[in-house]
Design a binder for this molecule. Structure first.
Ligand code: HEC
Ligand code: HEC
Ligand code: HEC
Ligand code: HEC
Ligand code: HEC
Ligand code: HEC
Length: 348
């Protein structure tokens, strides 16, 4: 029975072989005619020449280099305070913190900025975002809402105002008889320049002078930039040094090119003796604050405690004008009124 099955399998196999050898292929026929050509694809647009794009800025010229050289002498680069990297300080003192603030609008960073870098080209300009000349556009162009209230517009100087303004503080309220000075660093922080230029944030006690502003804020379109970035003197003053004064062969030279268009013949910043006047008022007010016991003669900081509101207000005005550091150039009329009226109120 088994042999029968095996035999029939062999038989079927032989038949299949035989059948296969019968269907042989004939010779190949002639090739058919070629098909019609397909439609051409659309040419791609040539990419921009990489090197050409870069050389808008990185070229054999010294334009970029000059700015780098000037900036290497700016306090922004060499002041050393970029290590102030805690959330409430980093927004103005570090490059990373400032960019975070522009994005979030918050008055502090989410966390301490580790490994911070100082203010640099990329802080104010877009650098390496589109890789063409528009990378030199400023990061801030529109009006700025100040931390202590008020919106100001100073042209290209809006770039500066974000940082050069007072930190949060309370102006003493005249309705109260007394005011507490709660910290030795009470009042405005370093760098309240924008607030002073616009006549904002002083303790406006009544007195013999009215609170008006000097015409600088209206006449000088690009504000801080027009004065602090006037034509550069080498790597020392003006331009990207932002310095108003510089040392030259042992002398301190004021960069008065920023002033002479309006103050013809000016030789220094002390126009009409205005700086001498503000300095003398600051000294007089300082003496009065020492006598009130609010200013500590050793530290130059405040003795904390509760004072008459006039005393606290005068203290605020003193630190505001002192920290502004221009001795009235930024806003002579307003600075003079704050100091004069404060002095009068303490003398009464
Ligand atoms: C808008 C002007 C501008 C353009 C366009 C530009 N750069 Fe730069 N580049 C800068 C500035 C500004 C710096 C920073 C200089 C400094 O920090 O002192 C810089 C820095 C650099 C550096 C040094 C490393 C660094 O990041 O600081 C390199 C490398 C560089 N650029 C390459 C390029 C290349 C490649 C291109 C083109 C694809 C290009 N750049 C296009 C302005 C430009
Ligand atoms: C990101 C914040 C920021 C911006 C934007 C900024 N500054 Fe400053 N600026 C500072 C800080 C912080 C310092 C002090 C740096 C230090 O001490 O390390 C300073 C220092 C300065 C100084 C030097 C002060 C001195 O002690 O001699 C001048 C002048 C100045 N800034 C002007 C400007 C001008 C003008 C602009 C606008 C073009 C500007 N700054 C934009 C934060 C800023
Ligand atoms: C709104 C922006 C801003 C914030 C926030 C800020 N600073 Fe400043 N700070 C400045 C500016 C602008 C200057 C430079 C002022 C000048 O040169 O007149 C400065 C200067 C300083 C200086 C140098 C003073 C000197 O006499 O050389 C110190 C120290 C300092 N800040 C500490 C701090 C600390 C600590 C914090 C956080 C608690 C802080 N700052 C927060 C803007 C700010
Ligand atoms: C604190 C802000 C700030 C920093 C930091 C800064 N710049 Fe500027 N830069 C400005 C402002 C404001 C102007 C406009 C000045 C004007 O129009 O007079 C300007 C103008 C320029 C221009 C001319 C741009 C144009 O459109 O013609 C160049 C180039 C330039 N900066 C390069 C640099 C380089 C390179 C660095 C770093 C080494 C740098 N800047 C750092 C604020 C800054
Ligand atoms: C009218 C021109 C002018 C304008 C506008 C101006 N400044 Fe000044 N600023 C000066 C002069 C001049 C001094 C120096 C006074 C001195 O040292 O005798 C000065 C001093 C300063 C200082 C102290 C350090 C230094 O360089 O002496 C800072 C910081 C400063 N200005 C920032 C600013 C900022 C920020 C703005 C814009 C809100 C601004 N300035 C607007 C002319 C100007
Ligand atoms: C766009 C014109 C303009 C520029 C630029 C300018 N000022 Fe003035 N400044 C004025 C005008 C107008 C007054 C008001 C004069 C008056 O009331 O008699 C004034 C007033 C002053 C005052 C008060 C003194 C006084 O007699 O009123 C000082 C100080 C001063 N400027 C310093 C400077 C310095 C320093 C610079 C350069 C860093 C400068 N100004 C740049 C127009 C300008």
């Amino acid at each position: 029975m088994q042999t029968k099955v095996i035999l029939s399998v062999w038989f079927s196999f032989l038949i299949m072989l035989f059948a296969a050898s019968c269907v042989k292929e004939g010779p190949q026929g002639p090739p058919g005619a070629n098909g019609t050509d397909g439609i051409d694809g659309v040419d791609g647009v040539d990419g921009a020449d990489g090197a050409e794009k870069c050389s808008a800025c990185h070229s054999a010229g010294t334009d970029l280099f000059a700015k780098q050289v000037q900036f290497s002498n700016s306090i922004h680069r060499i002041g050393g305070n970029f290590e102030r990297n805690a959330p409430s300080c980093a927004i103005c003192h570090t490059h990373e913190g400032f960019l975070e603030r522009l994005e979030t609008g918050a008055d502090a960073t989410a966390a301490t900025i580790e490994d911070p870098t100082p203010i640099n080209c990329r802080t104010c300009h877009m650098i390496h975002e589109t890789y063409d000349i528009t990378d030199y556009d400023l990061r801030v162009t529109g009006p700025v809402d100040l931390i202590n209230g008020g919106t100001v517009d100073f042209g290209k100087a809006n770039m500066c105002i974000n940082c050069h303004q007072s930190r949060p503080y309370q102006i003493p309220d005249m309705a109260n008889d007394s005011t507490a000075i709660t910290s030795s660093r009470w009042g405005t922080h370093h760098g309240p320049q924008s607030s002073l230029v616009f006549g904002l944030g002083g303790f406006e006690i009544a007195g013999s002078l009215e609170y008006v502003n000097s015409p600088h804020k209206d006449l000088i379109t690009d504000g801080c930039v027009s004065c602090h970035m006037a034509d550069a003197f080498g790597d020392s003053g003006g331009g990207h040094t932002f310095n108003m004064k510089y040392e030259s062969h042992g002398d301190e030279v004021p960069n008065i090119v920023a002033c002479t268009a309006c103050h013809a013949g000016a030789e220094d910043f002390n126009i009409n003796g205005a700086q001498d006047e503000i300095e003398a008022l600051l000294e007089e007010l300082e003496e009065l604050l020492l006598a009130e016991g609010v200013l500590n003669p050793n530290s130059g900081l405040w003795n904390t405690g509760t004072y008459r509101t006039e005393v606290a207000g005068a203290a605020l005005n003193y630190i505001f004008i002192e920290e502004d550091r221009s001795l009235g150039v930024h806003n002579y009329e307003y600075a003079k009124a704050l100091l004069t009226n404060s002095i009068e109120s303490l003398k009464n």
